[in-house]
Design a binder for this molecule. Structure first.
Ligand code: 4AZ
Length: 258
């Protein structure tokens, strides 16, 4: 997060930190959001490396410090990765940048909710928040585009939703921002998501609930003038999310005896 401040994990209890094992080294990969005790919603572009199987990934919930494990954390293996089948990578415009991870502890359990770990609400089907609505982004990503290291602590910041029209016509050359995306930034171009925040949440308050409105997806640099952050528009994927969560449940549940 560029231009953010240190956040207590209690204020973002749905935040997930996804790590991958590369040649024996655990490396931070992406953020995510807990939408059900067994499911994390994240970005498909985090899982482009086809050489990695699901056993290479670990998911942490309740994490305050990136490289320090404490007793508030819960750690999980990934037993299913479902990337959107129509995800097009950066060369195809990053359309449908969404993925679901089913998580399990080594002993086979899902997340246990407490003050540090909690699910976030999904938006209502037709929720279309007005331009300039203030929303919140959070993550362990870089604090400047040119930084070498990720933030060592969980950071958060406020951004405002940007009109779809303005984002596509004025900021991103008419083609790249589709109806499946939503843009957000701040008026001084000082606040933005950055590398490592991908997959993480943009939450907006709606009817008194923190609602997952966007998934950190892409942008031209970080906190660059006239280049807002672009987020996967979660309302467009509610059917996909629901059907894929159900599919895995029914598949893994034994059929009742006739
Ligand atoms: C990235 O490289 C990335 N400013 C994530 C978010 C943004 C830019 C780049 C948005 O993962």
């Amino acid at each position: 997060i560029v231009g953010g401040s240190q956040a207590e994990v209690e204020s973002q209890p749905w935040i997930a930190g996804i790590f991958q094992n590369t040649k024996g080294i655990e490396q931070f990969l992406c953020g995510g959001s807990l939408i059900d005790p067994c499911w994390v919603l994240t970005a498909a572009h985090c899982f482009l490396d086809r050489s990695k199987d699901k056993s290479a990934f670990k998911v942490f919930l309740g994490k305050s410090i990136l490289n320090v494990t404490d007793n508030k954390e819960q750690m999980f293996m990934v037993d299913t990765i479902i990337s959107h089948p129509d995800f097009t990578d950066m060369t195809g415009g990053n359309e449908n940048d969404i993925a679901l991870l089913r998580i399990r502890t080594p002993s086979g359990h899902c997340a246990v909710e407490n003050n540090y770990v909690r699910t976030v609400c999904l938006p209502e089907r037709n929720l279309y928040l007005p331009d300039n609505t203030q929303c919140e982004i959070s993550g362990y990503g870089k604090q400047d585009f040119f930084d070498i290291y990720y933030a060592q602590r969980l950071m958060s910041a406020n951004v405002n939703l940007i009109s779809q029209r303005k984002c596509t016509r004025e900021y991103y050359d008419n083609i790249r921002v589709t109806d499946n995306m939503v843009c957000a930034g701040d008026s001084a171009w000082q606040i933005d998501a950055c590398k490592g925040d991908s997959g993480g949440p943009m939450v907006c308050e709606h009817k008194g609930r923190m609602t997952l409105y966007g998934i950190v997806s892409w942008g031209d640099g970080c906190a660059k003038q006239n280049k807002p952050g672009v987020y996967t528009r979660v309302t467009r994927y509610l059917d996909w999310i629901e059907s894929n969560m159900n599919m895995v449940h029914t598949k893994s549940r034994p059929l009742p005896e006739p």
